[in-house]
Write a protein that binds this ligand. Structure first.
Ligand code: Z57
Length: 833
């Protein structure tokens, strides 16, 4: 490991800005931190101490780059993009920083010389899990690409004290416990007290007379709290640019309200302080179910106003009050509607605080904001009640009404007094109570609206935002999602990365993923196939150890590793997967000698704590799995492992070991998917519907290298329109009937046969909203075909290699370049050579 391969020194030439440190210096730096920062004798040091000291040593190396990036961006006064997201699912930071700074080999060797195992030391880092799933992980991949491509960018969000809950299983059922990731602090966040901002809340609106005799309006908040920023460095690949995430922590204005204290209201004062500090306490664990809690609206407003005030402060310090160029210096991307309150908040800051006129302010807003939509599911479309706004943000409500009045008069100028049209296009939904439609507010306030895959962007224009598309078609565009190849290939799959580097004789592919196309010509090369599949097998053996450890289940590395990892949701149809498992199991019981490829079904998924059906599905998979895993009759041909607490770090262990990638959502429901991209890049074959980015994966890898099944969007819509009845499928499909009935028999849950009735009912009595029954047979057929194809080792290897070779489109570098060119009009600012 110490010796640099020749291709690696090539790479150092490619990446002129790689940090250079010798193993000796790095080792000394670790030891220095062990003593001076951690006050530890090395003989007493725990794994966590070693990780901390290593993280601090890396941090030292990148700080210079961090400072020089900031001053370079400041001096250039170039346009910046601000990414507003309530979620960042970063995972561990140290390993990825080592990869991107070019210090990975140095750190490995240094720890080795200290007699330590690198992987187990790195495992001491707790994941930064400030997100639920795809949306939050996308934000994290985007930060990596923005820095790698040298774009001036800041990611704004909340520093939650508690990230997404930790999941465990008790009797197969999900138990949630708090994720206290910050309990002992983090070496990766740097507090910036000098940029603390004030945040108002509640109160009333007052008319005031200005010195010139004009009436204007002012918000008199009832309470005030503080936003304290913490910066997390984001090191681009090659370390030429180090951007940062700025995450806000809420604090009470004064340590204690002294008035209340003096009046004997000590507990009242402490209570108020606690309330203020509650805002950044915890990430809401709901993925796509808006639960309308007022604290959530407070979180949204809190981080939006902190970020906008910070953006305006930075703008003014460079440009004074030259508002005419604000939109030339600032682009703001709204990650879903969660930060949509930014539209009225920027209006308030410009009109009420800076004293600009409405028209000018509105012009600025619509030039600055752009909105990304991530779902068509109606239950995820955010709406906030007007009474909430009245209570919490009375001035913003006024501004929203004004925006809406002007918007609707524009609509009227096009369509006349079409009251139907007006009701459909109104930002305010009539009803008791009235609701503010946040997606509509985002569309009206932005110059760009994008979906996250071709199909999704198309459906957006045809369904949820149809009326808006008709009025402003030029706003609508697609930006197919992507993933960072640094974390998801180079860091996560070292074996494959080294093989790629050797084969291509180039180490620049992580920055230029199109180079992977060069692997195509080795797809049928038996020597390359052997090496490729050996690495896959090693990764599988490694995962098998983890699974043994976490689930107590023995997996055979020669079995097909069939992986479904994602949030638990009916539309993602983990229960369709379960129905196939039941079908296979039943087949094997009837014929234990059936010549099927041994399969290990591997799941990872968290259910929102209040989502009962999702929890029932987890329980069912665990229960069925437990019976299957302990049934000697099937001779270990079938295994089921549900890995608890699926998170970014586990994904980095699972994905390199996967043979099959389950992407089986009902067509039209998964906006894009990004796990599908990570898995295919690492050589897993997609088993998927024609949904989200699967459509584009098929386009890239070719139909021979993916398994497609089930109804497409048109067929789904047609069947719905004709009247879909899952009972008809059930009654005419013997295997489906047996599987569903078996699930509610005494077989899996002696004494409690009704345990999984909710699951069964959801696909029968309750109408099977996601058409599990309709796609069942097609899915089983495709899975059986896959099992047959796997027996042909050379064919399988070829498919896997071609998947790796043809996934370059899905680098988030491509996605970010498109955002920069089409939406942000943003220039790169590379360091001088
Ligand atoms: C979330 O993770 C996504 C959409 C949402 O509306 C919310 Br809330 C959370 C996901 C989509 O489900 C994926 O299909 C998509 O790939 C991802 O966002 C990133 O765009």
């Amino acid at each position: 490991m110490a010796k640099k391969s020749s291709s690696e020194s090539e790479a150092r030439k490619e990446c002129k800005f790689y940090v250079n440190a010798s193993v000796k210096d790095f080792k000394n730096s670790i030891l220095w931190h062990m003593e001076r920062s951690l006050a530890r004798a090395t003989v007493r040091a725990t794994s966590r101490d070693w990780w901390l000291a290593t993280a601090m040593a890396v941090r030292d190396e990148i700080m210079g780059r961090f400072i020089s990036t900031m001053s370079r961006q400041y001096k250039a006064n170039s346009k910046r993009v601000y990414y507003l997201s309530l979620e960042y699912l970063m995972g561990r930071l140290t390993e990825d920083t080592l990869t991107n700074s070019g210090l990975m080999d140095v750190a490995r060797e240094a720890l080795k010389e200290l007699g330590l195992d690198f992987d187990s030391i790195m495992a001491s880092e707790v994941d930064m899990g400030l997100g639920n799933g795809g949306l939050g992980r996308l934000a994290a991949c985007f930060q990596d690409s923005l820095a790698t491509l040298d774009y001036p960018a800041v990611g704004y969000g909340i520093l939650y004290e508690f990230g997404l809950f930790t999941q465990s299983f008790e009797g197969g059922r999900q138990i949630e416990s708090p994720d206290n990731w910050l309990k002992f602090g983090s070496p990766w966040d740097i507090v910036r007290p000098e940029y603390t901002v004030k945040v108002g809340i509640g109160g009333r609106v007052e008319g005031v007379m200005s010195s010139t005799g004009d009436w204007s309006v002012r918000w008199i908040p009832e309470g005030e709290l503080l936003g304290v920023p913490w910066d997390v460095p984001v090191v681009g690949y090659g370390a030429g640019t180090v951007n940062f995430l700025r995450l806000w922590e809420s604090r009470a204005t004064n340590e204690l309200d002294l008035n209340a204290f003096n009046n004997g209201g000590y507990t009242q004062a402490v209570h108020q302080k606690a309330m203020s500090e509650t805002i950044s306490k915890v990430l809401y664990p709901n993925d796509k179910t808006e639960n309308g809690k007022i604290l959530r609206l407070m979180q949204q407003y809190f981080f939006v106003t902190c970020s906008l005030q910070d953006i305006i402060r930075r703008f003014k310090s460079l440009n004074g009050e030259n508002w005419d160029i604000f939109a030339d210096k600032v682009a703001i991307q709204l990650n879903d509607t969660h930060p949509a309150i930014a539209v009225p908040e920027l209006m308030r800051l410009l009109v009420d605080v800076e004293g600009l006129g409405w028209d000018k302010s509105w012009e600025i807003c619509t030039h600055v904001f752009a909105y990304t939509n991530h779902t068509l599911l109606p239950e995820a479309l955010e709406k906030w009640s007007v009474p909430f706004f009245e209570k919490l943000l009375p001035r913003h409500l006024q501004i929203i009404y004004e925006i809406n009045a002007r918007w609707l008069s524009y609509v009227e100028s096009i369509y006349g007094r079409d009251s139907d049209k007006i009701a459909r296009l109104s930002i305010i939904e009539e009803g008791a109570p009235k609701m503010v439609r946040m997606a509509y507010l985002s569309v009206v306030g932005s110059h760009s609206v994008n979906g996250v895959a071709e199909l999704h962007s198309q459906l957006l224009k045809e369904s949820v935002l149809r009326d808006f598309y008709q009025i402003s078609p030029e706003k609508f565009n697609n930006k197919t999602n992507g993933i960072t190849p640094r974390r998801w290939l180079k860091t996560a799959n070292e074996g494959l990365s080294d093989l790629i580097t050797k084969t291509l004789k180039s180490d620049s592919w992580p920055k230029n993923l199109d180079e992977l196309k060069g692997l195509e010509k080795f797809a049928e090369d038996s020597d390359f196939q052997k090496k490729y599949m050996e690495i896959k097998r090693e990764n599988k053996a490694h995962l098998a150890k983890i699974v043994k450890d976490l689930c107590g289940v023995d997996l055979n590395p020669d079995a097909i590793f069939d992986v479904q990892i994602k949030r638990l949701h009916e539309y993602k149809r983990q229960h369709l997967n379960l129905l196939y498992i039941l079908t296979l199991y039943r087949r094997l019981l009837h014929n234990p000698d059936a010549d099927i490829s041994p399969r290990a079904f591997i799941f990872g998924a968290k259910a929102a704590p209040g989502y009962d059906l999702a929890k029932n599905i987890i329980w069912a998979i665990n229960t069925v799995g437990n019976v299957i895993n302990n049934d000697a009759r099937i001779k270990g041909k079938l295994k089921v492992a549900f890995i608890p607490n699926y998170n970014v770090s586990l994904a980095m262990d699972i994905i390199p070991a996967a043979d099959v990638s389950e992407q089986i959502s009902t067509a039209g429901k998964e906006a894009s998917g990004t796990g599908n991209m990570k898995l295919a890049l690492n050589g897993a074959i997609t088993m998927g519907t024609l949904d989200g980015a699967n459509v584009e994966i098929l386009e890239e890898v070719g139909k021979d290298n993916v398994f497609i099944f089930g109804m497409n969007v048109d067929e789904v819509q047609k069947l719905k329109a004709e009247g879909y009845n899952p009972w008809n499928v059930y009654n005419s499909n013997e295997n489906l009937k047996s599987a569903l009935d078996w699930l509610v028999s005494d077989y899996f849950m002696p004494g409690n046969p009704t345990a999984f009735e909710p699951l069964r009912k959801s696909v029968l009595d309750w109408g099977d909203q996601f058409m599990v029954c309709a796609d069942y047979q097609s899915y089983c057929d495709a899975q059986d075909r896959l099992g047959e194809v796997y027996k042909d080792k050379a064919r399988w290897a070829k498919m896997a290699i071609l998947n790796t070779a043809r996934m370059s489109k899905f680098s988030s570098d491509r996605t970010i370049s498109e955002y920069a060119d089409d939406i942000w009009n943003l220039e790169k600012l590379p360091p001088r050579e």
